[in-house]
Design a binder for this molecule. Structure first.
Ligand SMILES: *[C@@H]1O[C@H](CO)[C@@H](O)[C@H](O)[C@H]1NC(C)=O
Ligand SMILES: *[C@@H]1O[C@H](CO)[C@@H](O)[C@H](O)[C@H]1NC(C)=O
Length: 412
């Protein structure tokens, strides 16, 4: 053997052994993750192609971000608890409807500063909308309470049929608005720089609570359908600023109408606009087949005391706030919000502070009457085809929990 051959004969096995040793050292590094973290994560993904490992590295990356960024945002996220997978954090701050999961938030600092010098109990300008935006960033305050002569510019409602819009009813609305001539609450209320509104629901929970004086304290008192005042003043107050009504809910006894309130019409079907036109123009009522119960034949109100509620509040309550089935934007099973929730939605856009009374029921009095003015008991509630009371209550609970609305009767 030549000396060069001998050298090669020795070198080859050494090279092979050396290579094997080097490789195994590198492998151990990879397995135990001794390299810098970000590289290790990449290597792991490279070696094992399973989805399992990929998810692990993603969650590890998310953890790193939480550790690095100390901002309040991240801190709040981590406080959310263990039931939310760390890797999905960013999408989980809001619920399906777009509301913050962590609702009992304090006043944002800029609001705390703004209201800091107001004495206790004074109306806080912009409060309801600001708090609403804090827990529901999609909220856009501007939405007029009533339709006016420019109603066709309201893009959000012009493409929907009633109750979610006014499509097909433009001409009839035009003729009604020409007669009503007024499109606001009246000069005194419209010029207030801070309005406190209360929506008085019809629930039996109002009965015998002597809340009348507190209700009358609000600038705007909203009542619904035929809810009576006379005979119940101690509990429900004496003032009615607006009464929101659909045809089947309208007061039928002429002398039960209050003197100084606006008759605010809320349409739930195309036929309702036809009914309103007959009421406004004091025509003889014709064509009552499409109503689900008897309707008023005469509304003792001047056209100037009649308003049309912006149907946007029905649309927004149903599809954005409560999350009822969209059904191509058409009325369908269980996708109509109750009038009370529609009124609250209206107030969020048009009042600085919002309170409610007579909503929900008191679990301590299960035999309370269904309505504050009659003796039908709670147990008479039936499954409704049009409403979804449970989902609606979920929405109202969020408003109460976040202190956006004050519930005087604690029923929500
Ligand atoms: C509140 O009052 C303090 C001191 O009186 C003043 O410095 C501050 O600017 C006031 N804040 C607002 C929002 O008016
Ligand atoms: C109403 O409440 C008072 C006490 O606040 C009570 O004495 C009275 O019995 C109640 N009336 C009814 C009808 O429940």
């Amino acid at each position: 053997m030549k000396p060069t051959h001998k050298l090669l004969f020795v070198l080859c096995p050494m090279l092979v052994v050396g290579f094997i040793y080097y490789s195994s050292w590198k492998l151990r590094l990879q397995v135990w993750g001794l390299k810098p973290q970000s590289a290790a994560a990449e290597t792991t993904v490279g070696l094992t192609k399973g989805a399992e490992v990929k998810r692990i590295t993603e969650s590890a990356a998310a953890e790193t971000t939480v550790g690095l960024t100390k901002g309040a945002e991240v801190k709040r996220i981590t406080e959310l608890g263990t039931d939310i997978p760390v890797g999905r954090i960013v999408g989980s701050v809001y619920d399906k409807q777009g509301f913050l999961l962590q609702l009992d938030t304090k006043l944002p600092p800029e609001l705390a500063y703004k209201y800091g010098n107001l004495s206790e109990g004074l109306c806080k300008p912009g409060y309801a909308a600001a708090k609403m935006t804090a827990i529901y960033p999609k909220f856009m305050k501007p939405a007029p309470m009533f339709l006016d002569r420019n109603f066709k510019r309201l893009a959000k409602v012009s493409n929907y049929l009633p109750p979610f819009g006014f499509r097909t009813q433009e001409r009839i609305i035009d003729s009604i608005l020409t007669a009503t001539k007024n499109y606001g609450l009246g000069e005194a209320l419209d010029s207030l720089n801070c309005k406190r509104c209360i929506i008085v629901g019809n629930g039996g929970i109002l009965f015998n609570k002597s809340l009348g004086p507190r209700i009358d304290d609000y600038d705007v008192v909203v009542r619904l359908n035929q809810a009576p005042v006379s005979g119940y003043r101690k509990d429900v107050g004496t003032k009615t600023t607006i009464r929101i009504t659909y045809p089947e809910g309208a007061i039928q006894k002429i002398d039960s109408y209050e003197k100084d309130s606006l008759f605010v019409f809320s349409a739930f079907k195309p036929l309702d606009f036809k009914w309103l036109r007959q009421m406004v123009f004091k025509e003889k009522l014709r064509g009552t087949e499409g109503f689900w119960k008897s309707v008023a034949h005469y509304v003792p109100r001047e056209p100037t005391e009649i308003r049309i509620l912006n149907p946007y509040f029905i649309q927004e309550a149903a599809f954005q706030f409560i999350g009822l089935p969209f059904n191509n934007g058409l009325m369908g099973k269980g996708n109509i919000p109750t009038l009370g929730t529609v009124a609250i939605t209206m107030a969020l856009h048009n009042c600085d502070e919002v309170a409610v009374a007579g909503f929900g029921y008191d679990i301590n009095t299960p035999y309370a009457p269904l309505h504050y003015w009659e003796s039908v008991k709670m147990s008479a509630i039936k499954e409704s085809w049009t409403h979804n009371i449970a989902k609606e209550k979920e929405f109202l609970r969020k408003l109460v929990k976040a202190n956006i609305i004050t519930d005087l009767t604690n029923g929500i």
